[in-house]
Design a protein around this ligand. Structure first.
Ligand code: 5GP
Length: 121
């Protein structure tokens, strides 16, 4: 799938749409999800035109990938989550119900989060 430069997260990166920022560096921007599913629900997005993890890992440099991964950890530290713990999750493609086609990692925290997935058929 081709990257759409007008997706909502691309517009947030360009500053065209506001966000509640948590952390930013050369590789990533982190901000609160507009529709939180946990007391803390933050999105970390790479500063580049990557649709999903497949696209990111096939095309980004190892330096960028390392920087992005560190940014996720740094975001969690800025949120004070190292002790209590947190869950990271990234929806990729149709079967995962990815809604925004700019790669993003969710950070969920602030309460016991229960099992990873509901058992389903
Ligand atoms: P996905 O289902 O693609 O993994 O998650 C997309 C997430 O983006 C959802 O949790 C949704 O609430 C969030 N989201 C969608 N539009 C906006 C927006 O304009 N601002 C922010 N902060 N979050 C958004």
């Amino acid at each position: 799938m081709a990257y759409d430069p007008n997706n909502i997260f691309a517009r947030i990166l360009r500053g065209e749409i506001p966000c509640k920022q948590v952390y930013e560096d050369d590789y990533a921007l982190a901000f609160h999800d507009i529709n939180p599913l946990a007391p803390t629900h933050v999105l970390v997005i790479p500063k580049g035109p990557y649709v999903n993890l497949d696209d990111l890992t096939a095309t980004a440099s190892p330096d960028f990938l390392g920087g992005f991964l560190k940014a996720i950890g740094e975001t969690a530290r800025q949120l004070g989550l190292s002790e209590s713990g947190y869950r990271i999750l990234a929806n990729n493609g149709r079967d995962a119900n990815q809604e925004v086609m700019h790669f993003h990692v969710h950070i969920f925290a602030g309460r016991p989060l229960g099992p990873m997935l509901k058992r389903a058929g």
